[in-house]
Structures are given as structure tokens and as C-alpha cells.
Design a protein. Sequence first.
Length: 304
Amino acid sequence: MLPFDLSAASQKLSSLALSFDADGLDIHFYWFRIMRQIGAWKITKHGHSSYEIHIIAKGTCRVTLEDGEFLAKEGELYVTPPGVLHEQTGIGVEEFMEFGINCDIKQKADCAEAEQTLLKILTETPCRPFEDSFGATNLFRMALEEAFYQRPGFFGNIKHVACLIIRNTARALAKELILPDTVPLKKRKEEFRFSEIERFISDNLTNPVSARDVAEYMHLSQRQVNRIVLNAKGVTTRDYISERKFEKAKELLKNTGLFIREISDKLGFSSEYYFNQFFKRMEGYPPAHFRKGTLMSENLKKKS
């Protein structure tokens, strides 16, 4: 016995406007509710342009399709995809209870391949009963409880549970399916290490950062760091740091009104003289000439 009124919970749940994006699947719920029947009952043959998930929580029913029929009993579920005509009939006199979801699922342009597979399962798996082997029934009960008590954050929890019900239903329909290896994974070890090196250098361009500093941060030897940077960028760690500082220097000269001395300090140079020498070595002329040339070029563009 659940510690809340199922009918009231079902009414509250079905009144919610549920729509969300799940990794590129646009999902809109038309209903999310309980159907309870006692005695003889029948729902005449009909179809939907949406997906209907039937989770049998109690009793048994007969489902008649255009090409056959089957019995669905407690602990099982089945899906009627768009266009599949189906009829439900009660079996016996015992109470029948179905947890039902009717939703529209559309694939967006950025849909992940794993989600495309999920939609394919829901669309193409023959309509027949499957064991609720991934707990859709319990998830539905969680949604009912959230809707009934409406504790802080209940709406977000219901959306999360609703998404899990759809995914776990697809899992039940294709229990042996191995999804393609297209889920996002961390980068390979060396790629990941370089991204960490790159981030550290970017975060410390205003400091006198050195190859030794990078190695200490990464808990690697300078030789290891140098090999990683060389493989990724074709230059030594020292040269890569210089390139990044040079790019930042040009950005500051072009887009700010900072004095040359201020830029020198900002980039961690010990003096304006050393900054000038560094910039001249990288560009071929001093930073003041670069700024003057940039301003002249921009003025000419405005006049033209």
C-alpha cells in the first residue's frame, strides 16, 4: 500500500505540462497517468500519432492488434508506437491498473547517436509484452509520489524520472542490444594531458610561467611535458608559452588602452625592456610600432 492517494496523485501528475530535450530528442507528454478498471471493460481499437507506453501494475489485459493478440500481465510492459492500432480488453473480474504514458518524441538535428538508437527501438520493436526488467513500474511510482507531495524540486525530479522511464522501457524492449560506442568519453591520456597543460598556461599568462611550473603542476617531468606539447603543437613547451604570451600581448595592444609598461607587467615580464625585446623577436618590430600600425589600419578601414 502506497502512503498516498493514487487517484489524487494521478490527477496531479497528469495536470503537469511536461516537455524537455533529452540529448537531442524533443519529448512532449500528452498524458502521464494511471488507468484503473474493475470488472469487464474494453477500450476499442484506436491508434495514436505518438508513442504510448503501457506498464501493467496490476491484473491482466488482452491486447488485440491488426495482426494478432497477446496477454499483458502485472510486471510487464509494452509500447504502441505511432500508427499501430490496438484494442485492450479486461481479463477476469480482478482490478486492473496500468501506468500509462503518451508522448511525442521527435529527433532534433543534434541528436546523439545513442538517442537515435533508443528512438529506433521504440519505433521498430514489434508490439508485444516485455518483462519490466529495468524498473519502469517503480520509477512511475516515484513520479506519482513527487506529484502528490510536491516537495521543493518535485517538477525537475518528475522530468528526470519521466526520461528514465522512456530510456528504461527501451532497454526492456532491447535487453540484449549493445549501443554503439558513441557516448562522450574523456580524451585519450595524452590529449587530456595536453588540454590540462594548455589550460594551465592560459590561466597563468599574467605570471612568469615556465616549463618547470607546468611540469610541477602536472606532476610530470619537464621532458614528459615537452614531449606532450611537441606532439600536440610541434614546438617546445618554452616556445609554446612564448607563442601564447605573444598572442595575448597583441590582443592587449590592439583592444586596450594599457601602456606598454602595464602590458609588460600584466604578462609577467620583469621589465618593459625585456617585454620590448621579446615582442621584437617574435614580431620583428617593437610593440609600440605594432599598436601604431594596427590603429592606422583600423582608421583606413573606417574611412573606406
